[in-house]
Design a protein. Structure first.
Length: 344
């Protein structure tokens, strides 16, 4: 397994490895991360995004690249040394030669991913703070302001209050199938809150909006918040594959402790997509078929992490050798018996 990367952010109770795979440490047990298991889902958009990120990085600094191609490789471009910000040593990449420029362009999508992950973490913290501080809005940086506005529009559209958030930011675990993950929220939507809430409740329960309002119906949904830079960012099938196992957590950990409480029952799950211009909420299918599909990804990921490297080693197929024959022992000539008769 890859070395642990200590400076990569991750949820509580978790360890992230150099490969990006994550495990949760709960008591003396290890559980694979749901999102790590789903890295095997083909995501065409991410492939194209990586290419465009590299192209944008190159176009943004054409002069630097033109100079770099004339500088001989420094020989340190792929050094893994790590220092505090601002510190450098003789083993650090120079970032001025052609090989360093090549790496800088090729890793543009990684830098973007780290930035987007950091923005998402801070946006989630805003949501958690709002829900647990009676609607108080904690300070936030300008770069996540669009997501904050989208969230505030989301709660207004569905008439949500802090009391609507039954659970926020909790580590969940399934001890039967041995996986874990971080649950964003379980939210109660009431049909009488707003017209949009009535439609949502009606869709989930399979009744009319009028009936939902008349009976004061409500649904408890597991909600996963996603931040998106593009105004036309789509919903993706893997969203259902992620929330299906979340709904089947066997328990939730108490914040700051390994103590566990039962997973609350839910009527379904949905994705709140926080775009720069608006928030779009959509329920997703989390039936047994979706959960079974997730388990296939989980088992495949688990095999790769625990057995994959050994499966491609020549040592897995040792070359047997013929046993060496036992050396033949020469039969010793029998010595004549010693005549012990005393001489006359």
């Amino acid at each position: 397994m890859s070395l642990i990367v200590a400076d990569r952010p991750g949820p509580p109770n978790s360890i992230t490895f150099e490969s990006g795979a994550r495990i949760y440490l709960i008591g003396d047990e290890r559980y694979w991360s749901v999102t790590s298991a789903l890295k095997g889902v083909e995501k065409e958009g991410l492939v194209h995004g990586a290419g465009y990120a590299a192209a944008d990085a190159a176009l943004a600094d054409v002069t630097r690249i033109a100079v770099a191609v004339k500088v001989d490789p420094c020989g340190r471009s792929y050094s893994k040394c790590k220092h505090p910000d601002g510190d450098r040593s003789d083993c650090c990449p120079c970032w001025e030669c052609q090989t360093c420029a090549r790496r800088w362009i090729a890793e543009a999508h990684i830098r973007k991913s780290v930035r987007r992950s950091d923005e998402g973490i801070r946006a989630h913290k805003f949501v958690d703070w709002w829900a647990n501080r009676d609607g108080e809005q904690r300070g936030y940086d300008d770069d996540i302001a669009p997501y904050v506005r989208a969230f505030l529009a989301f709660i207004e559209r569905y008439g949500l209050t802090p009391e609507s958030f039954l659970v926020t930011e909790r580590t969940g675990v399934n001890k039967i199938y041995r996986y874990a993950g971080t649950l964003d929220a379980i939210i109660r939507f009431r049909a009488r809150a707003t017209p949009e809430a009535a439609k949502l409740v009606a869709r989930v329960l399979g009744i009319t909006a009028e009936a939902a309002i008349a009976t004061d119906a409500f649904v408890d949904l597991l909600v996963d918040f996603k931040t998106a830079e593009k105004i036309d960012a789509p919903f993706r099938p893997e969203h259902a594959l992620q929330t299906a196992p979340y709904r089947r957590f066997t328990g939730l950990l108490m914040k700051g402790f390994d103590d566990e409480e039962p997973m609350p029952a839910t009527n379904g799950a949905g994705i709140a997509l926080l775009r720069p211009d608006e928030a779009v909420f959509r329920p997703v299918v989390t039936d047994d078929a979706a959960f079974t599909a997730f388990l296939h990804y989980l088992r495949g990921f688990e095999w790769v992490m625990e057995h994959g490297n050994n499966a491609i080693l020549i040592a897995a197929f040792p070359l047997l050798k013929e046993p060496k024959p036992e050396p033949k022992r020469r039969a010793r000539a029998k010595k004549p018996p010693i005549d012990e008769t005393p001489a006359a």
